[in-house]
Ligand binder design. Structure first.
Ligand code: PMV
Length: 345
């Protein structure tokens, strides 16, 4: 029995659009920052002859895999990893997020990365970060960036089999620890269009999207250089423009996809106002496939950023996160599975 904890990541240049659905290969490279355990997923796994079939409990509910595509992918991955380990025991996976799921807070990223990490340890697979990243990518694209800490790049790759499409750490969490993410939760409900469906709809129908892959690819290159220099003025502009660009392609999809809501837009205005009144960029908003805002800033500006959005979001819905270091194993006492009954606790 193994229990692991892992965290979401927030992309600063985002991935949108899938080139190869079977392998989950992206249309563009992306670059993210791994968050600390302020938001986390805990996952326990146990393989046993007493378990009759592979069973997933996600956030207290038995997962009906047919209804949730990512659970289907996770079950496929379990089969694959079991074959790699050459065992035939079935598994119980119990996973809990400390934050709302499917609300644009990267629950699938932290869930998939933590599950693959825990499964690999339970099966004694001794996999490299590259291998873990490739396996996670096939459950949730963005999840492949949650296996390591600090700043992480997912190279789109060029090989048709996906063997060069995985994430690598470009700077660890000690390189620029002042760089933090302030998360403003403005909507806790499950989004109307899953990211899996959104990727496909935009690819199929948006004319604007044709311009995005090249644009994002160049931004990733620029971002790598800017991170090495720790230049907030430059990074902030790329982050905000990337978010606006990606959400423009969503709006240009047919029927259109709206992930942002009025509160998200109020936050966008508030951050531009704050930057203007400071005479330089001290904060940058970015939104995943959801209405909740991630505001990148430096530690010394945390108070100012929180104040600037206080009219839009209640204090208790604002979470500050530093940078995390990737998934790790927890002590047995923290297990979500009762070792006697092999049932969720
Ligand atoms: O990994 P998915 O399929 O849930 O796609 C989500 C992609 C974004 O979160 C919108 C962007 C990103 O790169 O994380």
């Amino acid at each position: 029995m193994v229990t692991a904890i892992g965290t979401p990541n927030k992309a600063l240049v985002m991935y949108w659009g899938i080139e190869n659905e079977a392998l989950n290969l992206p249309m563009n490279s992306s670059l993210s920052v791994t968050l600390d355990e302020s938001l986390n997923t805990k996952t326990s796994v146990v393989f046993s002859n007493k378990i009759k079939e592979d069973t997933l409990y996600i956030n207290g509910k038995l997962s009906n895999s047919e209804a949730d595509q990512k659970s289907v992918y996770l079950k496929k991955m379990i089969k694959k990893m079991r074959e790699m380990a050459k065992i035939d025991k079935k598994v119980l996976v119990v996973s809990k997020n400390s934050f709302p799921s499917s609300a644009g807070l990267a629950s699938s990223a932290s869930g998939s990365a933590t599950a693959v990490f825990a499964l690999s340890k339970a099966l004694d697979l001794n996999l490299s970060q590259k291998d873990l990243s490739i396996l996670t990518r096939q459950i949730s694209g963005s999840g492949c960036r949650s296996l390591m800490g600090g700043f992480v790049k997912w190279d789109k790759g060029t090989k048709g089999d996906g063997s060069d499409s995985y994430a690598v750490q470009i700077a660890n969490e000690k390189h620029w620890p002042e760089f933090i993410d302030i998360i403003a939760i403005v909507n806790e409900t499950v989004k109307k269009i899953s990211s899996s469906d959104g990727h496909k709809r935009t690819m199929r129908t948006s004319e604007l999207f044709k311009l995005r892959p090249k644009y994002a690819e160049n931004e990733v290159k620029d971002l790598e250089k800017i991170i090495s220099k720790r230049d907030f003025a430059q990074i902030s502009e790329i982050i905000m423009k990337d978010s606006n660009n990606m959400h423009a392609t969503m709006l240009d999809s047919y029927p259109p996809i709206f992930y942002l809501n009025d509160a998200s837009r109020e936050i966008i205005y508030a951050i531009h106002q704050l930057n203007e009144s400071e005479g330089k960029n001290i904060a940058a908003y970015t939104f995943d496939a959801g209405a909740n805002a991630h505001i990148m800033t430096l530690k010394k500006y945390e108070k100012k950023v929180r104040e600037s959005i206080s009219k839009v979001v209640e204090e208790k819905m604002i979470i500050s996160s530093g940078q995390g270091s990737g998934p790790r194993i927890l002590k047995e006492a923290e297990s979500l599975i009762d070792s006697e009954s092999l049932k969720p606790k």
